[in-house]
Write a protein that binds this ligand. Structure first.
Ligand SMILES: *Cc1c(COP(=O)(O)O)cnc(C)c1O
Length: 365
């Protein structure tokens, strides 16, 4: 009898549940379309420790807390770095992660620059895949506009008081579901040209170090107080060339439909920007230039967007340089036509609606 009552769902509802759960897994009861971008703890996370010169085997754990020495390298001298990417549910019900191999490689570059041990690239991808699999109930369903944000990170965990690299490290991966970026419609951003510098020539601007974000907080809080959405940083040496914002690369479109993106050794190589460049040339047949971009020429572009995992591309409507305004023809209410085409194509690939010609999607099986 008891068995019977737990089966009281009835046949139609059971059948519906089976169709939703591709791997016989039921999604969490979350209002996906109304999620924002905030940390929501999920069931499992991956942890591996580095000690005596080697990484251990790594485990999945339910423990969302970290216990380390009060004198840990990360706490005293900010020896920490991170990555970010997303998992999606495709139109045909697969769970996929977008280009985790590039995140693995980028974290290796970052680790080397910060005197941290490299977490091997194949193990990085495995850890990401396993963490997504363990939290598959949190991968938002197709059509919700939401996705599962994946955050791999690493930090010096052993005590360091003299300035030197830590001897022990922890590598972790957690996931958190995040809502549609353009909830309530697209709103082009207003940027200001910052009086601060994000990165120095020969500095650490090209790696994903926590320290690059710590020092960007004052300029972004100040920009917000002044009514701007983001900072446009110029090159620190000459302050004549466009670099990027605090967390996204620039992509411009010329009046004759060329895609232009700034090239600089102090820009963080965005995976979204690199993918959009390939989309422009290989899917849309557009001409693309990766080159130095003078701030002077920005007023001549037809469209401007910010590229990053969070939004794919956010359109920029206006850039303000100490009271002087640059207003893009695409305006303050919609994406420019080329930006829209790039956005639709890349999100189409990510959601399995457009052919994945280059094997960018890693399927979770
Ligand atoms: C992470 C990041 C980006 C965006 O990179 P994606 O790989 O596209 O998410 C851009 N700029 C900075 C400074 C970043 O840290």
């Amino acid at each position: 009898m008891e068995r019977n009552s737990s089966c009281s769902a009835g046949i139609p509802e059971l059948a519906a549940n089976m169709r939703i759960g591709v791997h016989n897994m039921e999604k969490k009861n979350i209002d996906w379309s109304n999620l924002g971008f905030a940390y929501l703890d999920t069931d499992k996370r991956y942890v591996s420790n580095y000690k005596n010169g080697a990484w251990d085997d790594g485990v999945m754990t339910e423990d969302a807390t970290v216990t380390i020495s009060e004198c840990a390298g990360v706490l005293q001298y900010a020896q920490t770095c991170f990555e970010g990417m997303k998992a999606y549910t495709t139109e045909d019900g697969r769970t996929v992660v977008f280009r985790p191999d590039l995140n693995a490689r980028r974290m290796e570059d970052t680790a080397k620059r910060l005197e941290m041990p490299v977490f091997p690239q194949e193990r990085f991808i495995e850890a990401v895949v396993e963490t997504v699999k363990a939290n598959e109930a949190y991968v938002p369903p197709y059509g919700s506009g939401a996705s599962l944000y994946i955050r791999p990170y690493m930090f010096g965990s052993s005590a360091v008081i003299g300035v030197k690299p830590a001897e022990e490290y922890q590598f972790r991966v957690f996931t958190t579901p995040v809502g549609p970026y353009f909830k309530g419609g697209v709103k082009p951003l207003t940027l200001c040209v910052s009086d601060y510098d994000r990165a120095a020539p020969r500095g650490t601007g090209h790696i994903k170090a926590g320290l690059n974000y710590a020092m960007s907080l004052y300029p972004i809080v100040t920009a917000h107080e002044n009514g701007f959405d983001e900072n446009m940083y110029l090159d620190a040496a000459t302050r004549t060339k466009v670099e990027e914002t605090g967390g996204a690369n620039f992509l411009f479109v010329t009046k004759d439909n060329k895609v232009v993106t700034p090239k600089s050794d102090s820009i963080l190589p965005s995976i979204t920007r690199r993918s959009l460049v390939t989309v422009a040339s290989e899917y849309l047949g557009m001409e693309v230039e990766e080159r130095e971009v003078l701030f002077e020429e920005v007023a001549d572009f037809a469209e401007c967007g910010l590229c990053g995992t969070a939004a794919v591309i956010s359109p920029v409507g206006k850039i303000v340089d100490h009271g002087k305004e640059i207003c893009f023809p695409s305006g303050m209410s919609e994406m420019g036509p080329v930006t829209k085409k790039l956005y639709d194509t890349l999100t189409g690939i990510q959601l399995g609606r457009i052919e994945d010609k280059f094997g960018w999607l890693y399927e979770i099986k």
